[in-house]
Structures are given as C-alpha cells and as structure tokens.
Design a protein around this ligand. Structure first.
Ligand code: SF4
Ligand code: SF4
Length: 443
C-alpha cells in the first residue's frame, strides 16, 4: 500500500464529520418524480411511454438512442402525468417524463434474470450494464457500457476504482466502502473481466482509514486487486490526478485515461454493476449525501431517481434559519439551485444546504498578480490568463492557452485572495471555444 499524490491542489475544510457516521437510509417513494430523458453524456433517451400510461418500478420509460446513450427506468409505481420541459439541477430545462407515484415504496417487480458471477462473459456484463441504464456515478454520468467497450487499438492494463471522494462534505462513497466492501470487490472483478485486464486498484484518500483497513483486509484473497492509500488533497479524485497518483503516468492534454492504459470507475458505479448482474436491478436509485450546516438532519440516503430536491430536504427535517444556499453535488464543482422541484438524477452525489458562514466570501478586488492560482492548478494551466481572455472575449488566445483542458475543479478560485470568480469566467470562455471548434468542424 503506497502513498500517492499529484502536483498542485488544495486542502479545503472537509466537513465529512457531519455525515460520515450516517449509514444509508432508504427514502420512501415521493408523490411525484421527474425523469429527464438526458441524465447522461451523449444522446437523449427516447420516451417509450405517453401521458396517462401506468408504469411500475423498474419499467423502461425511455430507451437509449445510439451508442453513447442510456435507457431510463421508472423508480416508482404510478401514472405518467406529462412529458415536457422541466428544470434540472444543471440549471437548464430538459425534456422530462413526470410520473405521479402511488406513494408506495416497492422493490422492482420485474427484475432482469440474475447472472452467474463465475460463468458470465465480458459481452454479457456489457449487455447487462447497458440494459440497466448504468452511468458513471462520479458526476459526469458517462454511460458505463461505453467505458467498458474501449476501441480495439487501446490496450487497457489497469482498472482504478475511485475511492477518493475528495469533495468536502460528501461521504456516500465512504459509506459504500464500509457498508458493502464484498459487493464492491465483486463489482470491480466484473469490470476487470469486462475489460480483460489483470490488475485492479482501489485508490482511497488517507482521511478514510476505516475504509482502507476494511478493503485492504478483504482484497488479501484477491491477488489481482490492491488498495492504495492516497494523500488527502483536492482534487485527488479527478481522473487525471488519480492516474498520476496511482500509476505515475500523465494523461496528456486532450487525451483520455484509456490513452495511458487506464479505466477509472466510481465506487457507486461498481456497486450498480454488481446489483445489475447479481440481483438483476436497473439503476433507479441515487445514493447521496445530504449535508451542510443549513440542513436539520444530515444523512446519507438511497433516493428514488427523479425525486424533487425539495422532498429530499423535507425528509431531512428541512432547512435551518441560517441556510442561504442549496447546491447539488459537492461545494467545489456542484451547482447552486434556484428551483427545488428539479430532480435528483442517477449521478447526483449530494445535496448541500449551506449557511452564510459556509459560503461567505469577501468582495472581489482586482488581480494581485500573486500567482497562487497558477501554483494550485493541478493541470499546470494559468487560470488568471484564461479568465482574462474570457473576460476580453479573446477566445482564440484562450484556445491557444488550453482553456478546453480545464476540468473546472474550482481549485484556482478557492486560492484566489482577490475572490475573482475564475472558474465562472473560464467555464464561459471554454463554452465559447468549444462552440468555435464545432463551427470549424462543420466548415
Ligand atoms: S478550474 Fe481549471 S484552471 Fe482552475 S485549477 Fe481547476 S483545472 Fe486549473
Ligand atoms: S490567485 Fe487571484 S489574485 Fe492571485 S494571480 Fe490568480 S487571479 Fe490574480
């Protein structure tokens, strides 16, 4: 068990203590769910139900369209109320299937046939993962089936399970690691089998000694799997940082982990794969941490996908008088919410209710040219320059300075003593440059 890390990064307060001892609770079915037909990267799924249809838990309501897509299933028994635009946690409205639930929490009545862990083939694993609608649980929601089907010319030699959970407040991966270690290892073995590799690594930040201890004990009987302890530092869980810390390899700008022979999967994804193969379940439950000093009863919850954020907050006792901001995801990369009817999605990792004390920042001042953002950027970018190009609409210069390489981790903005909203400017500039590149491809 080595201690790995990467260059740059920051050490924000962790606040894990608010929920790290909260075992998962199953949240009951809400009165209504909202299922956006795009809860993944790639093409929207295509609805296969219409207004007025009765649906049951686990029933397919939208089928995958094309290679990079994922099907959507109902997480409740009920009736389709409407199909149309609804707000989502990203802040953008998306076509969604709204289902009125009968309010009864039920298990999936029509499970897929369970498959044998020993005799299952790589094709059967991929097929099951696709059918179950599994997407990456780390936030990007990339369809897992695609990640398990690398092009023939890419030689994969290691699967890394991301047990870093480096965003402050979030503890759902930690809870999974200590509550379901055996299932997690079987899930990792399925990924290893699907990709035909010989080595699996579980990378865990060293602020989770209990998870490291439990999993290290468990993997003693699996000689292809090892647990590696990583320094606690944000953003240790970002794919490129994790690969660097675990294998020492650098993923070049514009390249993917598979270009250096690695596939990264999230803890929740490995468990979803296990559940799909062994129990025949489709992905209709989101595992999330509800935390922050502004929520009355912080919890780790298993929530029916599509549950409105407001229902989750109510289930946790509501907000305190000091609450000022609600964020979906972690505090570094999450998105502030303006409509609490927006739903929990397959890859939602957390809902944070933050107080003034937790979010307060001094007013913005001009850049001090201190260079702190440059020293902290884990990708060796020059954030102050990228933000400035974006402000000045100098998109070609921004492109030359690698703005599209930025992973929007927020590290630079966190360090900035002038409180310049660096990430917002960079995100804006990045969108413009990506648009520009798309136009160029058309011509
Ligand atoms: S948000 Fe982008 S520029 Fe800022 S530290 Fe992260 S990767 Fe670097
Ligand atoms: S950290 Fe802030 S003040 Fe310092 S150079 Fe970067 S943008 Fe300027």
């Amino acid at each position: 068990m080595a201690i790995g890390t990467f260059n740059g990064g920051i050490h924000p307060p962790e606040y894990k203590e608010l929920t790290e001892n909260c075992a998962f609770e199953v949240m009951p079915a809400p009165a209504e769910i909202v299922l956006p037909i795009s809860q993944h990267l790639g093409k929207d799924a295509q609805p296969v139900v219409k207004k007025g249809d009765e649906v049951t838990v686990g029933q397919l309501v939208a089928k995958a369209e094309g290679f990079i897509s994922a099907p959507i299933h109902s997480s409740v028994n009920g009736k389709v109320l409407s199909i149309g635009k609804e707000n989502t946690p990203s802040g953008f409205p998306k076509d969604s299937i709204v289902i009125k639930s009968n309010g009864i929490t039920a298990s999936q009545p029509n499970l897929l046939p369970p498959l044998n862990l020993e005799t299952i083939t790589p094709d059967e694993i991929r097929q099951r993962v696709a059918e179950a609608g599994i997407v990456g649980q780390g936030g990007a929601a990339f369809p897992t089936y695609v990640k398990l089907s690398p092009p023939m010319d890419k030689k994969i030699d290691v699967v890394i399970l991301n047990g870093c959970e480096c965003e402050p407040y979030l503890t759902r991966d930690y809870r999974f690691m200590i509550e379901r270690p055996d299932d997690l290892i079987e899930g990792l073995k399925l990924i290893i089998k699907a990709l035909g590799v010989e080595r699996g690594i579980i990378g865990i930040e060293d602020n989770k000694p209990k998870a490291i201890k439990i999993l290290s004990e468990k993997v003693k009987n699996h000689k292809s799997i090892e647990v590696i302890s990583l320094k606690t530092k944000y953003p240790q869980g970002a794919e490129k940082m994790l690969i660097k810390a675990v294998t020492g390899k650098e993923v070049p700008p514009g390249k993917l982990p598979m270009d250096v022979g690695a596939v990264i999967q999230n803890i929740g994804t490995a468990l979803a794969i296990y559940d799909a193969v062994v129990k025949g379940e489709v992905l209709i439950t989101a595992a999330l941490t509800v935390s922050g000093k502004g929520i009355k009863n912080p919890k780790n919850l298993l929530v029916p996908v599509g549950t409105p954020i407001q229902d989750v907050i109510d289930y946790c006792g509501g907000v305190t008088e000091e609450a000022v901001k609600i964020v979906v995801g972690g505090p570094m990369m999450g998105v502030a919410q303006f409509d609490l009817h927006a739903p929990v999605l397959k890859a939602t990792s957390g809902i944070l209710v933050l107080t003034k004390e937790e979010v307060s920042k001094n007013p913005e001042t001009p850049c001090l040219r201190c260079g702190q953002c440059v020293g902290a950027c884990p990708l060796n970018l020059v954030p102050t320059k990228l933000a400035r190009y974006s402000q000045l609409h100098k998109y070609e210069e921004a492109e030359d300075a690698d703005i599209t390489v930025c992973m929007e981790c927020g590290t630079c903005a966190y360090t900035c003593p002038a409180n310049i909203p660096l990430v917002q400017w960079i995100r804006l500039g990045k969108q413009k440059v990506l648009q520009m590149q798309k136009e160029r491809m058309k011509n």
